[in-house]
Design a protein around this ligand. Structure first.
Ligand SMILES: NC(=O)c1ccc[n+]([C@@H]2O[C@H](COP(=O)([O-])OP(=O)(O)OC[C@H]3O[C@@H](n4cnc5c(N)ncnc54)[C@H](OP(=O)(O)O)[C@@H]3O)[C@@H](O)[C@H]2O)c1
Length: 250
């Protein structure tokens, strides 16, 4: 009789984590919802050994919302070292972590430096792993509008964009976690690539917001200088299926 596979989702109460937990449970797997509020803390190590007992894979979608470069490097680096050490002790087969497309090319952005510290800690750990680098989520659009709105006009960098729905991200992470570790990186992006400005326009139109929207070649992405391809995959990638129009209709 085959044993039920157990997958631990670190950040299992968050946007992506809760969707991954649901998909795993629907597919008949045992999914552990790990978050600091329920006593499983990747940063301090609390509860990890117990949660990982008998686990086949770990999906790390934990997050720290901060602009403090050092705090981000510390959170993502320390959490990844704690997780991968505990996984090796528990005999976990596969560590999967969610990062961001081109995180290594956008180091002037403090958040990306944190994600790079996370990737580097995982790759150096000796644990079998796959790093999944996703583009920006459809669900991140409101934050982007807020970040780029100045006096009623939304000016965004003049670059390409290829956002993906959180549902597609969660599904891809589950597929990756149940497959063999790549000991490398895979990219993940939405079904449509177009100028950033056009996605913002579509989003505002759907909300009935008539704010003017413009592309500005001098603008950065949260502190990082960007060129046309800075936020989109450069090679092969897993393609999500939910367009922004479909996501907006839902
Ligand atoms: N937003 C984007 O467009 C985008 C694009 C690509 C990749 N990503 C990546 O996607 C990942 C997931 O993002 P999300 O939006 O789903 O995050 P989220 O909704 O903010 O959820 C974060 C989760 O992490 C948990 N958490 C925080 N600190 C923890 C700790 N010390 N130990 C265990 N769990 C902890 C939180 O629960 P507690 O508070 O209870 O601990 C929560 O469940 C992030 O790593 C982000 O970098 C985001």
């Amino acid at each position: 009789m085959s044993k039920l596979k157990k997958v631990v989702v670190i950040g299992g109460t968050g946007l992506i984590g809760s969707k991954a937990v649901k998909l795993l449970q629907e597919a008949g797997y045992e999914a552990i919802v790990a978050s600091s509020r329920n006593g499983i803390n990747a940063y301090t190590g609390e509860g990890l050994a117990e949660a990982l007992k008998g686990a086949d894979a770990v999906i790390d979608v934990s997050n720290l919302m901060s602009f403090d470069r050092q705090a981000l490097i510390d959170f993502f680096g320390t959490s990844s070292r704690n997780l991968t050490s505990a996984e090796k002790l528990a005999g976990v087969r596969h560590h999967v972590v969610l990062s961001i497309v081109n995180a290594d090319g956008l180091g002037a952005n403090p958040y990306m430096t944190g994600k790079l510290a996370q990737e580097e800690a995982v790759a150096a750990s000796g644990q079998s792993y796959t790093i999944v680098r996703a583009t920006q989520f459809h669900e991140f659009m409101e934050t982007l509008v807020g970040a780029y709105a100045v006096e009623g006009t939304v000016n965004v960098p003049d670059i390409d964009f290829q956002p993906i729905a959180a549902d597609d991200v969660a599904a891809a992470l589950v597929d990756v976690a149940l497959a063999e570790p790549k000991n490398g990186t895979v990219d993940l992006a939405g079904p449509e690539r177009a100028p950033f400005v056009s996605f913002i326009q579509t989003y505002l139109n759907a909300k009935g917001d008539a704010s003017p929207v413009k592309a500005d070649a001098t603008l950065e992405y949260f502190g990082a200088p960007v060129v046309t391809d800075s936020l989109v995959p450069g090679g092969d990638y897993i393609k999500g299926r939910i367009t922004i129009a479909e996501w907006l209709r839902e």
